[in-house]
Design a protein around this ligand. Structure first.
Ligand SMILES: Nc1ncnc2c1ncn2[C@@H]1O[C@H](COP(=O)(O)OP(=O)(O)OP(=O)(O)O)[C@@H](O)[C@H]1O
Ligand SMILES: [Mg+2]
Length: 285
C-alpha cells in the first residue's frame, strides 16, 4: 500500500476566551488523504475548518494531535522543540513549507502588491532554493502556463489582475515549491460562479498533472462535490461524518449533513424546512 499524502490524528485546539475560560475550536479531528487524493472539509461558519487548515501549515499551534506528511510526522516542530539557531530554524521552516502549501480566500491580501506575477513566482523559487538562472525562468513560464496566466498577466501586479487571475497566481506560487499537499481555504468563495468553475477545473487538472494531494475547505457543498474524492463534515469542532463525497452528498448519514444539504438554495427549496431540521438537531454543550 502506498504511503498516504497526509494523516491527521486527534487534532485538538482550544482558544482563550476574554472571560478567562477556553473554547474548543477543533475537537479530536482525524483524517487521511491518500497520495494524489483530495479531501473536502465542510461545515458551517465557526465549525473549525480554518483552524484545521491553519494547523496543517503551522499558522496555528495544535494543543494535541499529529500531522504526518508522506510518512514524516511534522507536529513536533510546532510544539515544544527547542530552537536550533536561526539558520537551522529557517531551513526547517522552509522544509516544512515545501511539504504543505496553502491558498487563502483573498489573494489580494496574501500577494505582495509591489511584485508582478512573474516576480512573485521567481521570489518563491528563490526563497526555496529551487531552480536558478535560465532554469528558473523556464519554471516560472511553466507555472504561469499551468495556471492559465498569459503574457500580459505575467507582467501585471495584483492590482492589475482580476480576482480569479490573482487566485491563479496564488495557486501557482503555492505549486512553485512542489508541495506534497495543497490546502485551499475557501479559495473560490470570493469569486463569481463562472470563475469558480474555471478554478475548480484548473485544480482538478493540476491534481492529475502533478499528483499533489488537495485539502479543500469550503462552506459550499456544491463546490466540494466538484473537486474532492472524500468529504469530512465538521460541526462545532468535531467531525460528524466522513466518506466518499458522492455518498456523503447523495446519502448523508448524519442529521447535520442532511441539514447542510437542505440549506443549499435550489428549485423548490423551502427555508422553513431547513429551520425545522435545525430545531431537531441535538444541541451541543
Ligand atoms: N484566534 C482565535 N481566537 C479565539 N477564537 C478563535 C480564533 N480563531 C477561531 N476562533 C474560534 O474557533 C471556532 C472555529 O473558527 P474557524 O475560523 O476555524 O471556523 P470556520 O469553520 O473556518 O468558519 P468560517 O466558515 O466562518 O470560515 C470559532 O468559534 C471561532 O470563533
Ligand atoms: Mg474559515
Amino acid at each position: 500500500m502506498t504511503t498516504p499524502a497526509l494523516v491527521v490524528e486527534g487534532l485538538y485546539k482550544t482558544y482563550a476566551l476574554p472571560d478567562g475560560g477556553r473554547t474548543t475550536a477543533v475537537d479530536t479531528v482525524s483524517f487521511t488523504v491518500p497520495a494524489g487524493g483530495s479531501l473536502g472539509i465542510v461545515g458551517e461558519s465557526g465549525s473549525g475548518k480554518t483552524t484545521v487548515a491553519r494547523m496543517l501549515v503551522d499558522l496555528v499551534r495544535p494543543d494535541a494531535g499529529t500531522i504526518t506528511v508522506n510518512g514524516r510526522e511534522r507536529t513536533p516542530g510546532v510544539r515544544g522543540g527547542r530552537p536550533r539557531g536561526p539558520v537551522g530554524r529557517g531551513a526547517e521552516r522552509l522544509r516544512r513549507a515545501r511539504e504543505i502549501q496553502i491558498v487563502f480566500q483573498d489573494p489580494y491580501v496574501s500577494l505582495d502588491p509591489r511584485l508582478s506575477a512573474r516576480q512573485c513566482l521567481h521570489g518563491a523559487l528563490r526563497l526555496h532554493g529551487r531552480h536558478q538562472g535560465r532554469a528558473a525562468t523556464t519554471r516560472v513560464d511553466e507555472l504561469l502556463d499551468q495556471v492559465g496566466l498569459g503574457k500580459r498577466e505575467a507582467e501585471a501586479r495584483p492590482r492589475g489582475l482580476s480576482g480569479g487571475q490573482c487566485q491563479r497566481l496564488a495557486i501557482a506560487r503555492a505549486l512553485a515549491v512542489e508541495p506534497e499537499v495543497l490546502v485551499l481555504d475557501e479559495a473560490v468563495a470570493a469569486l463569481d460562479v463562472s470563475i469558480q468553475a474555471q478554478i475548480l477545473l484548473l485544480l482538478a487538472e493540476i491534481r492529475r498533472e502533478t499528483g499533489v494531494a488537495l485539502v479543500f475547505v469550503s462552506h459550499d457543498l456544491a463546490v466540494v462535490g466538484h473537486v474532492t474524492d472524500d468529504t469530512l463534515v465538521m460541526r462545532r469542532g468535531r467531525a460528524v461524518e466522513t466518506g466518499p463525497t458522492a455518498r456523503v452528498l447523495d446519502a448523508p448519514e448524519d442529521p447535520y449533513t442532511r441539514l447542510l444539504l437542505s440549506s443549499v438554495p435550489r428549485e423548490g427549496w423551502d427555508p422553513a424546512e431547513t429551520v425545522r431540521m435545525r430545531g431537531q438537531l441535538t444541541p451541543e454543550p
